[in-house]
Design a protein around this ligand. Structure first.
Ligand SMILES: Cc1cc2nc3c(=O)[nH]c(=O)nc-3n(C[C@H](O)[C@H](O)[C@H](O)COP(=O)(O)O)c2cc1C
Length: 442
């Protein structure tokens, strides 16, 4: 396999006290970080010092869980609305991309097109939209529904939702706003395009009341892992988030998605795949392992069990079963790729209920010295298992500071990562082309 000469792309997952579910309890983490803007600002500054491509913030449009006993043992009950947080961070950063999550299941396309176009202008071309169809079914209860929209229907809606949003972003030619004081013409009406969309889910006339975004349109991010999710990602995504547990699986996914993108007539290089990874780093491997275990030991069993039940299907009660025994017969739950993966993992490795929830809660840990982490990144990148990583820092701020001070220089020395940002926009830094306006004549 020829050695790659392009650079790794790196995202930092902004997660309150840290990505580890028990992070808020650990002495290295800040327990009251969730709504502390100074905390997020400091992380953003560190990420930018490390030349990260982007910050990423996830979202659930509900209290993240309705089992309050379990929820009360986590820091998940409060979090900023992503576009609001990213707008504030846009003002205190200069280079780093800002990836905010918004669901297509409980939103309207006009709102989303407008908000992300605004963030792109506010940030000088650094906005990205993580398009999700909502994994947490509780969201339905906040939007006039008794049940979550069915998985297949969610993706059908998402396909059309995306097309409408993208159409709205093309409402104006790039040079539509002439603002000619002498003629009195503010914009050229010939460069304004009305979408007039009438589809199965949406009727949207347009145009958008925001000029074409600096990036043409914000970078599109997607993380679907089901067939429908992968199809949508291959058609529209420019960045893909995914979680893998082994190199071979990651390589197969990479090849599959890039081939699907080519089938859609796209250049596969214009779609970057970033698996999530949780680095636990210390001077020695033993210390790193001990650090990981400190975090795992802080997971309350009530919370761990709930996490597992949520993944397997909302209504499953596992409390009657022996924690150190196997899972009961295949439980019935909402169809979804995450659930299937977890069931497969339990079967393959013969895990007890406790081992399974610890595995789930532990995320995707990468445990070792800074050189181990750099070796692993290099191996995955060079063997075409990924184009970079979405780093799930287990605790903040120490984990990202350590990574920037100790791992980034190794990646740079090996020619795997930038020393300076290549451009001004997220697109330029990711090596993605600026899309043409579909309506433009010029
Ligand atoms: C890194 C990462 C971040 C995600 N962030 C969110 C999120 O913020 N909100 C959400 O509802 N789903 C989120 N998801 C879930 C995906 O959008 C998707 O629903 C999930 O991967 C399952 O795929 P499927 O729906 O195609 O089965 C995320 C997934 C990954 C891998």
């Amino acid at each position: 396999m020829t050695r790659r000469t392009d650079h790794l792309k790196l995202g930092a997952f902004l997660a309150n006290s840290g990505h580890h579910i028990a992070a808020w309890r650990h002495p290295l983490a800040q327990a009251d970080a969730s709504l502390d803007f100074e905390h997020f600002k400091a992380i953003a500054e560190t990420a930018e010092r490390g030349k990260f491509d982007a910050l990423f913030v996830a979202d659930v449009v509900a209290l993240w869980g309705h089992h309050h006993d379990a929820l009360s043992r986590s820091a998940r009950a409060e979090h900023f609305e992503p576009l609001t947080l990213m707008s504030a961070l846009a003002a205190v950063t200069r280079h780093i991309g800002l990836i905010a999550t918004a669901t297509t299941s409980y939103n309207e396309p006009y709102h989303i097109a407008r908000k992300f176009a605004s963030l792109d202008h506010l940030s000088g071309g650094r906005a990205a939209w993580n398009l999700v169809t909502s994994v947490v079914s509780d969201e339905a209860w906040n939007f006039g529904r008794e049940n979550h929209i069915d998985h297949g229907d969610r993706y059908q809606r998402a396909e059309e939702f995306h097309d409408v949003v993208k159409g709205l972003w093309d409402s104006w030619d790039d040079d539509a706003f002439v603002r000619d004081k002498s003629s009195g013409q503010y914009f050229d009406p010939g460069k304004l395009h009305t979408l007039n969309h009438h589809g199965e889910h949406f009727s949207v006339r347009g145009p958008l009341n925001v000029a074409r975004p600096p990036q043409g349109h914000p970078v599109l991010v997607q993380a679907g892992a089901s067939e429908a999710g992968k199809t949508l990602a291959a058609r529209v995504a420019e960045l893909i988030f995914v979680v893998h547990h082994d190199l071979a699986g990651a390589q197969a996914f990479y090849q599959d998605i890039k081939a699907r993108a080519a089938d859609f007539g796209r250049n596969p290089d214009h779609l970057k795949i970033l698996p999530g990874v949780t680095p636990f780093i210390a001077e020695t491997r033993e210390q790193a392992q001990a650090l990981f275990e400190e975090f795992q030991a802080l997971i309350d069993p009530v919370l761990g069990l709930r996490l597992l039940a949520d993944t397997l299907g909302d209504d499953i009660d596992l409390s009657a079963y022996d924690l150190d025994g196997p899972l009961p017969e295949t439980p019935v739950g909402q169809r979804g790729s995450r659930r299937d993966k977890v069931l497969e993992l339990a079967r393959k490795e013969n895990l007890s209920i406790r081992q399974l929830y610890l595995r789930l809660a532990g995320g995707n840990p990468l445990i070792g010295t800074p050189a181990d982490i750099a070796d692993s990144f290099e191996a995955w990148f060079q063997s075409r298992a990924c184009d970079g990583f979405n780093v799930f820092f287990p605790y903040y701020p120490g984990a990202i500071e350590g990574f920037v001070d100790q791992v980034i220089p190794l990646l740079q020395e090996r020619g795997l990562f930038r020393r300076e940002y290549e451009g001004r926009t997220l697109r330029e830094n990711l090596g993605l082309p600026r899309p043409a306006n579909r309506f433009s004549r010029s």
